[in-house]
Write a protein that binds this ligand. Structure first.
Ligand code: NDP
Length: 331
């Protein structure tokens, strides 16, 4: 049988496992030109929360009663497709199903001999690209500058900080536990790390960690953490707005400090982006990330949860910071 996970109802506020429906049906049969895929690794990502709402965004909403989709690494187990052979590993935006048929559109072959399969969902996939392109295209780091990263111990943040170090910057990470703060310094070589949950005065903690002020703020979380960083930015600071996870479950629009006077008086640039804005640069970016990995200049962490049935909970756990590095479900 083939298990699938569908959206049962649109979450209100924080998602629960009840918002998902577990179903089971016959394994689909491919027709000519198709591949039959067996799911191996599934990426759970904060942005999926936005797709569960019934609102217009840069990607269509998930439909009630239809499978959730996300980045997946699968193995081709049957094929009459010209480009894919039985045994190939592929990556694609696929459905939360154990087996599925694809006509090959949007599938990319990945090589398990070059890098572990799960890494194509993280450092060599969408989150690595987001870190690299958001930082280099919008942050535009220069040696000697100070970068602050929020969500620093997560999939995107941990790569941002390491690239900042490669580029000769001072890097400060903000994260939610002491263990993750320690990981930022020991494994990812950040210069300093702040636990936002135990810091009584975050604005001051950022100021202490950044004696020369903040030149680049790579924002993964939004909200009060970002307010505290913004009050420490330097003239001509650049602020790539990558994510706002602290607000994804909000049911009301929060009111915070008005940013315009800060941006104005600091001649600062705050720019939101979606990684696909830079799709033309993906091949070069992947080449660079792979080269840094091979040279040992870049490393990564993964939190791997086992079992198809645990997919919804792994997704929900992102909002509790249960992951260090990329959250992945191994099927
Ligand atoms: P992460 O691996 O960083 O996982 C999410 C982390 O967010 C958690 O581990 C948790 O860490 C932190 N978090 C959860 N709730 C809160 C909160 N209320 N306040 C502060 N931190 C919180 O996810 P990704 O690296 O995949 O994504 C990071 C951000 O980048 C997300 O906002 C995501 O939407 C965005 N993104 C944007 C893309 C784009 O194209 N613009 C592409 C990919 C991701 P902690 O313990 O530190 O709280």
């Amino acid at each position: 049988m083939n298990k699938a996970i569908l959206l049962r109802k649109r979450p209100v506020g924080r998602p629960t496992v009840n918002d998902f429906e577990f179903t089971s049906a016959a394994i689909p049969v491919p027709t000519t030109g198709d591949v039959l895929l067996l799911t191996l690794y599934v990426s759970v990502d904060p942005y999926l929360r936005g797709r569960m709402n019934d609102s217009k965004s840069y990607v269509p909403s998930f439909e009630i009663g239809k499978p959730i989709q996300s980045g997946i690494i699968a193995q081709v187990i049957d094929s009459t497709h010209a480009e894919f052979r039985k045994g190939d590993y592929v990556s694609g935006n696929l459905e939360w199903q154990e087996y599925q048929v694809s006509n090959g559109k949007g599938l990319t072959k990945v090589d398990a001999k070059v890098s572990p399969l799960s890494s194509y969902l993280g450092v060599l996939g969408m989150t690595g690209l987001t870190a690299y392109l958001g930082l280099t295209e919008i942050g535009i780091p220069k040696a000697g500058e100070t970068i602050v990263v929020s969500g620093a111990a997560g999939a995107v943040g941990s790569v941002v900080g390491q690239i900042g170090k490669i580029m000769g910057c001072r890097v400060v990470g903000i994260t939610g536990t002491d263990e993750k703060a320690e990981l930022l310094i020991s494994k990812f070589k950040f210069d300093s790390a702040i636990n936002y949950k135990t810091s009584h005065d975050l604005k001051k903690a950022v100021s202490n960690a950044c004696p020369k002020g903040v030149d680049i703020y790579f924002d993964n979380v939004g909200g009060e953490i970002s307010d505290a960083v913004l009050s420490n930015i330097n003239k001509h600071a650049r602020l790539p707005v990558c994510g706002a996870i602290s607000q994804y479950n909000d049911t009301k629009i929060p009111v915070g400090p008005r940013l315009q006077p800060i941006l104005l008086t600091k001649s600062a640039t705050m720019r939101g982006f979606i990684v696909s804005d830079f799709s033309a640069k993906f091949p070069a970016a992947i080449k660079q990330l792979a080269a840094w990995l091979k040279e040992g200049k870049l490393t990564y962490a993964e939190t791997i949860v086992s079992g198809f049935d645990n997919l919804p909970q792994a997704f929900i756990d992102l909002f509790d910071g249960k992951n260090a590095g990329k959250m992945i479900v191994k099927i």
